[in-house]
Ligand binder design. Sequence first.
Ligand SMILES: Nc1ncnc2c1ncn2[C@@H]1O[C@H](COP(=O)(O)OP(=O)(O)O)[C@@H](O)[C@H]1O
Ligand SMILES: Cc1ncc(COP(=O)(O)OP(=O)(O)O)c(N)n1
Length: 272
Amino acid sequence: MKCVLTIAGSDSSGGAGIQADLKTMTCLGVFGMSAVTALTAQNTTGVRDVLEATPEFVGEQLDCVFEDIRPQAVKIGMVSSAPIIRAIGAKLRQYEAENIVVDPVMVATSGSALMQGSALTALMEELFPLAAVITPNIPEAERLCGFAIETGEDMLRAAETIGKTLPGAVLVKGGHRTDCADDLLWQKGQASWFRAPRVDNPNNHGSGCTLSSAIASFLALGEDLPGAVEKAKAYITAAMEARLDLGRGSGPLWHNYAIPEGGQVGGKGDRT
Ligand SMILES: Nc1ncnc2c1ncn2[C@@H]1O[C@H](COP(=O)(O)OP(=O)(O)O)[C@@H](O)[C@H]1O
Ligand SMILES: Cc1ncc(COP(=O)(O)OP(=O)(O)O)c(N)n1
């Protein structure tokens, strides 16, 4: 069994954060584990409140995981403060964690800040150097490269600018474009496009969390980075095409789209 750890925040509505990560990992056939950095009170309409874990408690969760069940990949999502980021960086270095995917979550699509302004420098200094790949969306990539991104050419320039500062790769996600949903991987000076038509579905809450967890899962399963991104992209496109429609705002994806209605065991129709 391959094991994957998510270090992220909890989303009470189940569409993003730890909950999206564990659903993704389960659906992709790996054993998911978690270290919770913060509790959020949120739903499909937005984030109402955030309660951070202490850096010490985040560190304790990481000790418990690494001392017992070593993950073959790690996904990092919402890490809201510099002390939490530094605690995570120290533990990941101590345990020589591998296949680290960093989703630099800054602001939820609903507009709520999920990272303190002062934490970005810590994220860049402590966690980016450990990452096999970082996965900014367009607003996050704009913050990292310092210019506006509108076209594929802009994405290429941004990936190159950000990629030059990293030992690992960068995947600039195209979910915030209006003409397509193409993502761009920049690895060792080479660009590869992962193209997909835009799915006409306003319910995309947790799409970045889902994609980064899927990449980590496929890395744990032995794919190389381009292979992991290709398979993760196919998974998220299908989860979006399944068109789940829950909640009053931007609803969650249907992570379980490949599981038959009623579930695999004990579900509807089991006793007929
Ligand atoms: N409407 C859409 N149709 C197809 N793919 C999408 C759509 N919206 C987002 N995606 C994909 O979902 C993934 C997450 O991207 P994005 O929404 O940009 O991230 P975030 O949730 O961090 O803002 C990317 O692979 C992106 O291309
Ligand atoms: C707890 C928590 N973590 C991350 C997010 C952001 O999710 P993401 O998939 O990056 O994007 P949106 O859902 O905001 O489109 C979150 N909302 N909550």
